[in-house]
Ligand binder design. Sequence first.
Ligand code: ADP
Ligand SMILES: N[C@@H](CCOP(=O)(O)O)C(=O)O
Length: 291
Amino acid sequence: MISVRAPATSANLGSGFDVFGVALDRPGDVVRVEKADETTIEVTGMGSEYIPEEPAKNTAGVVANALDAPAHIHIDKGIRPSSGLGSSAASAAGAAVALAELYDRDLSGEDLVRVAAEGEAAVSGEAHADNVAPAILGGFTVVRDDGITQVDASLPLVACLPETVVSTRDARGVVPDSASMDHVVETVGSAATLAVGMERDDPVLVGRGFRESVVTPARAELIDGYAAACEAAEGAGATGVTVSGAGPGVVATCYPGRRRDVASALVDAFEDAGVEARAFCTEVGDGAEFV
Ligand SMILES: Nc1ncnc2c1ncn2[C@@H]1O[C@H](COP(=O)(O)OP(=O)(O)O)[C@@H](O)[C@H]1O
Ligand SMILES: N[C@@H](CCOP(=O)(O)O)C(=O)O
């Protein structure tokens, strides 16, 4: 039996829609695989009641099919589905790494990302690899058609999960079809600032680089209490706050000593808006690993 822990991830980071992603040190999914004549899936843990066990509908099952690697797959979910923290991607990434090892397939990190992205496409409608890339490679990743760039950043993060469900498929439906030149200029400036901030492990530059005015405001409309939560987090020391992935999760960065204050501010602000929420103090972490 092969067992792999794959981390939660936060995609987009404001200015990098479908391009940027980071691995979070916690939480994560654990995927265990054993060879079998045909693929079967069992899911336990956080939100497992909402996750299909039919292989064609589960991201891990789609990966097993893509790799022609039938297995009994057990997924212990540490990441709530439809959270904006790459829950479906973690299972896809964990399955890709575990099944490649089980069947002795000689695949590069980028090959594994491509296979795991097929699992993501099955649930979100499009093959975006900005969650599976950091879930496999770790750190901060930049995904483009011509390759993936990875940086081992060290950065404090707070992830907050309001008890609202937003599916990635639905949240992709509200993304505007076009952007003005002013917005393009702003996004390029933010994305460049964020990438330099990741290289320098600088929470001020990274937080400034979250700023984006096309996709983020459209998604924020789906998250009750979002504006108040951002304001409260910034008041508590966050150097930047944005929607995590497609939402409803929110991600903030700050100096290391401010994480607890930022986490409490986010939770309290959502609760004041009538939305239950929980927050994790975390940091940029490693990719999928054997356990
Ligand atoms: N192994 C899996 N883990 C989590 N969600 C899965 C899995 N397989 C299929 N899904 C489905 O994917 C959807 C959640 O994915 P998505 O909307 O992209 O949110 P998230 O941000 O949590 O990845 C849910 O409909 C869920 O049932
Ligand atoms: N780039 C994607 C990222 C979705 O992330 P998830 O964690 O919400 O699945 C998007 O913004 O649609």
